[in-house]
Design a protein around this ligand. Structure first.
Ligand SMILES: *[C@@H]1O[C@H](CO)[C@@H](O)[C@H](O)[C@H]1NC(C)=O
Ligand SMILES: *[C@@H]1O[C@H](CO)[C@@H](O)[C@H](O)[C@H]1NC(C)=O
Ligand SMILES: *[C@@H]1O[C@H](CO)[C@@H](O)[C@H](O)[C@H]1NC(C)=O
Length: 372
């Protein structure tokens, strides 16, 4: 007995040390201060690192626009208005340490090697669509923005949403100053240039959202598919080869039957941005990796996610709805009022807004219209 006691004591000390050591090891240099505090509500802080506290999604709980010391050395003395190389992803990583800048904007011929999207069906990946995608990419032959934009050492991007908050603010020339102007679905430019600008680097869309009036397509822009369903890849293949789609099954409303752009101006948005926005940034239900109730991010948030990975600075305009004012305009280009917005089955607007607010609060992105 007298021999057992010290051994048992040793075991009692050793076991927790091994466990803690393992946690320490697996969490990198994490300090789990709050280990054992069982009263912590799940929705709130679950982990502290040093003195920092993180929320359930892995975002710093106390956000502000200040630069951490390493970024302050890098950007602090740059003159105002200078493009800051790597700023958006570095600031993102400072509030969300899991962020890794690894996802290319568009699929290219190496798409089968992108491990994160290989095992998911659309919209979160490419599984079952590999052949169609390969055929599309063989025809488009181009997988970047443009030689000029791809060569810039610092790119500023703006995602222009379709919100009524854009109306009558005369932001057009400020929007046109960005290197990359991203527009979504059928948000028009013609007739609204004063407020929304006239430059379109790319328009991201899907079959039901694409312009059906041919004159609305901008000449010098990329036509980018964000695929939400398997049918969407087949549709893009038809658009690439100028074949008229037969039948509408698989689509939830009428679709564009012809896209007046050359194959070389068409791209496939990397589906990783849908997956990352849904499951990592916003925290929507995984649903076994399948599309389900409230687990699809809106196209605007998908575009912001793309920009965090591929742009040095990111801004948005025309995002956010004024839910408190049923008489305010829903879109900048039509007279539909806020009151017309319906509860969505696919999206979770309120959870998504929580995520976007974090980005704005921490100055990862700049919101030109203050709607988020
Ligand atoms: C900012 O200041 C640091 C040290 O004071 C200097 O090394 C760096 O070159 C400066 N950067 C710019 C862009 O002026
Ligand atoms: C913008 O201004 C015009 C002209 O004053 C007005 O008719 C229109 O309703 C305004 N749009 C919005 C969305 O406020
Ligand atoms: C959105 O998320 C909240 C919190 O997780 C949940 O209560 C709500 O039911 C979700 N809404 C939809 C439309 O899925």
């Amino acid at each position: 007995m007298s021999m057992m006691k010290p051994t048992r004591k040793l075991l009692f000390v050793l076991c927790p040390m091994l466990v803690l050591g393992f946690i320490y090891y697996s969490a990198g240099k994490l300090h789990l201060h709050m280990w054992g505090q069982k009263t912590q509500p799940v929705e709130e802080a679950i982990l502290t690192v040093g003195r920092a506290v993180y929320d359930k999604q892995g975002f710093l709980l106390k956000l502000d626009g200040k630069l951490p010391q390493d970024l302050f050395y890098k950007y602090g003395n740059m003159s105002k208005g200078t493009c800051k190389p790597g700023y958006a992803s570095a600031k993102m990583a400072s509030i969300y340490p899991k962020f890794a800048k690894l996802a290319p904007m568009f699929l290219d011929q190496n798409f089968r090697r992108l491990g994160k999207i290989r095992d998911y069906l659309p919209p979160f990946g490419i599984k079952t669509q590999e052949k169609l995608i390969a055929d599309i990419l063989a025809a488009t032959k181009n997988y970047g923005l443009s030689p000029h934009l791809d060569s810039l050492s610092c790119k500023r991007c703006i995602i222009v949403g379709n919100g009524g908050v854009l109306a009558n603010k005369s932001l057009g020339s400020r929007i046109d100053d960005y290197h990359v102007v991203v527009r979504l679905n059928g948000a028009p430019v013609s007739g609204f240039e004063k407020d929304v600008g006239s430059k379109t680097t790319m328009r991201i869309t899907y079959p039901e959202g694409a312009f059906q009036k041919l004159q609305l397509y901008e000449k010098d822009s990329l036509f980018v598919l964000s695929a939400f369903k398997p049918h969407d890849f087949k549709w893009l293949l038809q658009m690439v080869f100028k074949e008229k789609p037969r039948g509408m099954e698989g689509f939830w409303k009428s679709i564009a039957l012809y896209v007046p752009r050359e194959a070389s101006d068409m791209r496939i948005l990397n589906p990783y941005f849908i997956q990352e926005a849904a499951f990592q940034f916003i925290g929507l239900p995984l649903n076994n990796g399948l599309m389900g109730k409230g687990n699809i991010p809106t196209l605007g948030t998908v575009a912001i996610t793309m920009a965090l990975h591929n742009c040095d600075e990111v801004a948005v305009a025309g995002f956010g709805y004024d839910m408190n004012d049923p008489h305010s305009a829903l879109h900048y280009y039509e007279t539909v009022k806020m009151a017309a917005i319906k509860e969505s089955w696919t999206h979770n607007i309120s959870k998504e807004k929580e995520f976007l607010r974090k980005l704005v609060k921490a100055k990862v992105i700049t919101d030109l219209t203050y709607g988020i």
